[in-house]
Write a protein that binds this ligand. Structure first.
Ligand code: NDP
Ligand code: GDP
Length: 418
């Protein structure tokens, strides 16, 4: 009887381990899981030592964070600030890294997760051309290390595993819209590393019967989308030089000039629109305006990650909105929100200029933001997820743009240096 109760308690346990919890998706996912009340129904899960007192904690969500010389928990700080989360010890962070197998085994043994969400990655396509080997190590081999840590720890039969796969696997257009059956043709070191991640997940499912799932997510954004190119503290000093010009910081790497603070195109646009609206900025530079993406909202997409792990059978799913917009359209929608008209200007000009008080904004293009190999079009067909998971995105393109522009206006108004 006692044994059956113990078994049931074990099977009812909901303990999530999230790699990349400090990232955009990790932060939304942690919120979602805490909201869902991840807990052991009857038995507490782990012993914690806090201020010299040993107590049994109902820990629900565990996250792996990297040691950093600067603050990297900004996106989850509000979860700690919430007394309920904090006092009830619902979220616990562990130092770790996807490049460190020993550390992963230790964390997995300690946490005994029932669900693992592998969101940790060097996630920037353009940066992956500069840091190809590192990207392969983290995004490709890191996935293998984590899967193997789970098997080594004897969790292979019980754990459910979510892999953050990506539409970048499709790369060069083979078919539009892209489905789970569309052939892959990655176009960046990031895409190639994620291809390894995708297949090792399938392989562990087929070889060892593990509940391993790939979410092939198309681009998803939010006000929490990454806003920094790469924290300079993580680069070797001999490769970088920081200079201030026109009141902005620039990172000089391998002789090339990368402005710090500009990253994924959506957030780069909404930050610039906010600053132009507030009169804080007069210039920003964009690359290929004709590339198009299927942009969704990160909040919608993390719900699907959770849904995938609640299914009896593991599988791979395309998660997308089935709506395509060019970068140009994203720019237009953003400026429309603040009532500005755009005048487009040709290649080779390095500025987006605002003609003061005319209500007109000039948008210009630089080769600097073009990639060595471009992914021109991504449009996903999420029919399988709709049918099998009952999932549909709730937030529209216009709502996404509006939320991002509004959030950046609020941010820049409060802190012009943000
Ligand atoms: P972010 O870049 O916002 O977050 C990445 C996370 O990974 C951060 O927490 C980062 O830590 C962590 N990380 C980086 N390197 C390592 C490492 N070596 N070991 C452990 N953790 C590490 O990405 P998103 O939240 O946007 O994306 C989540 C996942 O989904 C990623 O794997 C991404 O590639 C994938 N994806 C994202 C899409 C999107 O449109 N957002 C589309 C498809 C897939 P730190 O904060 O310290 O840098
Ligand atoms: P990605 O789809 O993961 O590469 O997401 P990004 O937001 O980085 O880029 C989306 C598309 O926008 C790509 O096709 C880029 O070439 C294009 N793009 C155009 N201008 C820029 C820019 O200034 N910065 C970035 N990051 N992308 C740009």
């Amino acid at each position: 009887m006692a044994e059956t109760a113990a078994k049931k308690a074990k099977s009812d346990r909901k303990v999530a381990l999230i790699t990349g919890i400090t990232g955009q998706d990790g932060s939304y996912l942690a919120e979602l899981l805490i909201e869902k009340g991840y807990t052991s129904s009857s038995r507490p899960l782990s012993l914690c030592l806090v201020n010299g007192f040993c107590f049994v904690a109902a820990v629900q969500v565990h996250g792996i964070i990297r040691r950093s010389s600067s603050f990297n928990t900004g996106r989850i700080a509000h979860l700690f600030a919430n007394p309920v989360t904090h006092e009830q010890n619902k979220m616990v962070l562990h130092y770790g890294d996807l490049t460190d197998s020993t550390n992963l085994v230790k964390i997995v043994m300690e946490v005994q997760p029932t669900e693992v969400y592998n969101l940790g990655a060097m996630s920037h396509v353009k940066v992956s051309f500069d840091m190809a080997e590192y990207t392969g190590n983290v995004d490709g081999l890191g996935t293998l290390r984590l899967l193997d840590a789970l098997r080594t720890s004897g969790l292979g039969d019980s754990v459910r595993f979510y892999q953050a796969s990506t539409s970048e696997l499709y790369g060069k257009v083979q078919e539009i819209p892209q489905t789970e059956k569309t052939p892959f043709y990655p176009r960046s070191p990031y895409g190639v590393a994620k291809l390894y991640g995708y297949w090792i997940v399938v392989n562990y499912r087929e070889s060892y019967g593990m509940h391993c799932n790939n979410g092939i997510l198309f681009n998803h954004e939010s006000p929490r989308r990454g806003a920094f190119c790469w924290p300079p503290s993580r680069l070797l000093p001999c490769h970088l030089r920081l200079v201030a010009s026109r009141r902005r910081l620039h990172l000089i790497m391998d002789g090339r000039n990368l402005p710090v603070g500009e990253t994924f195109v959506t957030r780069k646009i909404t930050r610039a629109v906010a600053k132009i609206h507030l009169g804080q900025q007069e210039s920003v530079t964009l690359g290929n305006l004709d590339a198009s993406r299927d942009w969704g909202h990160a909040k919608d997409y993390v719900e699907m990650m959770w849904l995938m792990l609640q299914q009896d059978t593991p599988d791979d799913f395309v998660i997308a909105t089935n709506e395509e917009h060019s970068v140009r359209e994203f720019v237009e929608a953003s400026f429309r929100h603040i009532g500005k008209e755009i005048v487009w200007e040709g290649e080779g000009v390095n500025e987006v200029g605002k003609e003061k008080d005319t209500g007109i904004v000039r948008v210009k293009i630089s080769e600097r933001y073009y990639r060595p190999a471009e992914v021109e079009r991504l449009l996903g067909n999420p029919e399988k997820a709709k049918q099998k998971l009952g999932w549909t995105p709730k937030i529209s393109f216009t709502e996404l743009v509006t939320e991002m522009v509004e959030a950046d206006i609020k941010l820049m108004r409060a802190n012009p240096l943000a």
